[in-house]
Design a protein around this ligand. Structure first.
Ligand code: TRP
Length: 376
């Protein structure tokens, strides 16, 4: 056993400082690689298959929109083959109750369609509807060690978020499940924030170890590719109170809100006691955050907006932001309202995506069985 997971043992022995500088170095490598991939996509997107996904735990908000949806749209429109996963099984990694799952999934798909994810070009599917994807968990679990999972930063963070409750086996192994999400369709491109880099590394490790342990169907190529991260420039938007944006804090603006609801939330947004508006992220993070969002909406430099508002103060800034944000979201909201009039449509899109995902997953599982000698 030990020799099969030897890279695990090596990194466990590495000192903290060494690990930190290795992380720094690997982050820089990932950033460089992302830039190279972007150039390649611009030249020829045909060699890429991208997978992204979200947990259906709440409604999508402007943090999702500016942080990841816009990037997905850009890649979809650039011609990259795209799969979008509704990670419904992941909902039960860190919570006991699934909640109103069906409504949430429907709402998530509606949000996707409203922002412009095009089901003709992009496959939208749900975990739970693709049995062969989930079956990959078995061989993949045989390729990782428990200590490696306990050390995974995403698992650690998730575990902390459970507030000391015991950790489920699914939470412990969720990076392996994510590896299955990525590998079932042989995605070679996964847009992520830098906090998600460890799970991509885990995915590459699983792919490599599968090849080493179980072999190949075609002697020239491993069954699974090495998936690469495409680091999103991650316009890190904060909530309206200047802290991390999260639904549970009520500091978000959801895509589905009305213009009036948006105005109301923005009215309560935190600024500071200094009247004159300046763009100063280091010393005035709340004001800078509002200016950043306004800049993204109006496609303008936040500093220029600050200059223009100047003496208008927090009130002037909020008024401007309300205007440009509502304007930016208006077409998305109109499309969303239209989609809501026919709620079956979102589910029909999902069902068709599930079918496509199943065809891909079945083919991959067949290869996996062949590589493992499980053909009877
Ligand atoms: N973990 C992601 C989230 O919480 C969702 C997700 C599941 C995902 N599987 C994935 C993202 C695979 C990228 C690749 O939003």
């Amino acid at each position: 056993m030990t020799e099969q997971v030897s890279d695990t043992v090596e990194s466990a022995e590495a000192g903290d400082a060494l690990a930190a500088s290795a992380n720094e170095a690997s982050l820089r490598r990932s950033e460089e690689r992302s830039r190279a991939i972007e150039t390649q996509i611009a030249k020829d997107p045909s060699g890429f298959r991208m997978l992204t996904g979200d947990r259906p735990t709440g409604h999508l908000h402007i943090g999702h929109y500016f942080g990841s949806l816009m990037n997905r749209l850009r890649l979809q429109d650039a011609g990259v083959e795209t799969l979008v996963l509704v990670a419904d099984y992941q909902v039960i990694t860190d919570r006991d109750a699934v909640g109103a799952l069906r409504e949430r999934v429907q709402s998530l798909v509606t949000d996707y369609l409203a922002v412009g994810i095009d089901p003709a070009r992009t496959t939208i599917f749900a975990h739970s509807q693709v049995p062969a994807l989930n079956q990959l968990m078995l061989p993949f679990l045989s390729l990782v060690s428990d200590s490696e999972l306990y050390r995974n930063p995403t698992v650690k963070a998730e575990h902390d978020a459970t507030g000391g409750r015991p950790m489920s086996g699914l939470l412990l192994t969720y990076p392996v499940h994510q590896a299955a999400d990525i590998l079932f369709c042989k995605a070679n491109l996964v847009p992520v924030g830098k906090d998600q880099l460890p799970h991509l590394e885990q995915t590459r490790v699983v792919a490599r170890r599968f090849d080493e342990r179980y072999g190949r169907v075609d002697p020239a190529t491993p069954v699974f590719p090495q998936a690469e991260a495409l680091l999103s420039s991650g316009s890190l938007i904060l909530g309206m109170d200047g802290t991390k944006m999260s639904k549970s804090k009520g500091n978000t603006i959801e895509l589905r809100m009305t213009a009036d609801e948006t105005a109301k939330v923005l009215k309560k947004a935190v600024t500071d006691s200094e009247r004159f508006i300046t763009y100063d992220p280091a010393t005035r993070p709340e004001v800078a955050n509002l200016l950043t969002i306004a800049g993204l909406c109006a496609d303008r430099d936040p500093a220029a907006i600050a200059e223009e508002i100047g003496n208008g103060g927090g009130g002037g800034l909020k008024k401007y932001l309300t205007e440009v944000l509502n304007e930016k979201l208006a077409p998305i909201r109109a499309r969303r309202a239209e989609l809501e009039r026919n709620p079956d449509y979102a589910l029909a899109v999902l069902r068709e995506g599930n079918e496509r995902a199943n065809a891909i997953a079945d083919a991959t599982l067949a290869e996996v069985r062949e590589a493992m000698g499980m053909t009877y």
